[in-house]
Ligand binder design. Structure first.
Ligand SMILES: [Zn+2]
Length: 214
């Protein structure tokens, strides 16, 4: 099994095990030279066999093999086309992130890891999933944000590795969860911009090197 397929399989399982997707929702992809490999359409992420990941040419969008790629293939392609740096794209429908953002709220920085790791979060108002329009909205934000929250839909994270993309997803959902809990208890104190800048300056390198260590 190639390294790319190995990584995709590992993180497909994690997404399901951590409850970040339900049923056949969610999809993930990784760059492999001029191509990307993406989850097939209609599969539970834990049931994808190594040979079932779908190879799609990044430039032409040409699909190899018999299986159909995820219906959200277009936004994955746009991410790889727009930035050479991006190696992994992860899309899930995590409960708290969808809940908070669908209420029209942004997901704030409430604990150090979130601002230290995630430099910028972008928001996309609801558009019909799987469409060219959604792919265009995503393309506009690539290079500006490594986390994109799609209101009433889900979250898209972009990483230089799949591990990084997954960590962004976990941190985003954790932040939305903490925000929800503190809202029950009268509302959170949100970390100030100054505190976030301080965390980024002091901790970013340390957190990043910790994260990237295998
Ligand atoms: Zn989706």
């Amino acid at each position: 099994m190639s390294k790319v397929i190995e990584e995709l399989t590992k993180y497909a399982h994690k997404l399901v095990d951590q409850g970040l997707v339900v049923g056949a929702g969610g999809n993930l992809s990784m760059r492999d030279g001029d191509d990307m490999y993406i989850s097939p359409s209609g599969f539970d992420l834990k049931e994808i066999e190594p040979h079932q990941w779908v190879k799609v040419n990044i430039t032409t969008g040409e699909v190899a093999g018999d299986l159909r790629p995820s219906s959200e293939v277009l936004m994955h392609l746009e991410c790889f086309r727009k930035s050479e740096e991006i190696q992994a794209v992860l899309h899930a429908h995590p409960t708290y992130s969808v809940g908070v953002s669908s209420a029209g709220k942004d997901i704030p920085a409430l604990f150090p890891d979130f601002p230290a790791m995630v430099k910028s979060v972008g928001y996309i108002d609801y558009v019909i999933p799987t469409t060219n329009l959604l792919a265009e909205k995503v393309a506009e934000l690539v290079g500006k944000h490594e986390v994109m929250i799609m209101r009433n839909h889900g979250v898209l994270t972009l990483g230089k590795t799949m591990k990084e993309a997954y960590f962004f997803m976990q941190l985003t959902e954790e932040s939305a969860k903490v925000y929800t809990i503190s809202s029950i208890f009268g509302g959170p104190r949100i970390l100030t911009d100054e505190e976030c800048v301080e965390l980024r300056n002091l901790s970013a390198e340390r957190y990043r090197s910790k994260l990237l260590k295998e």
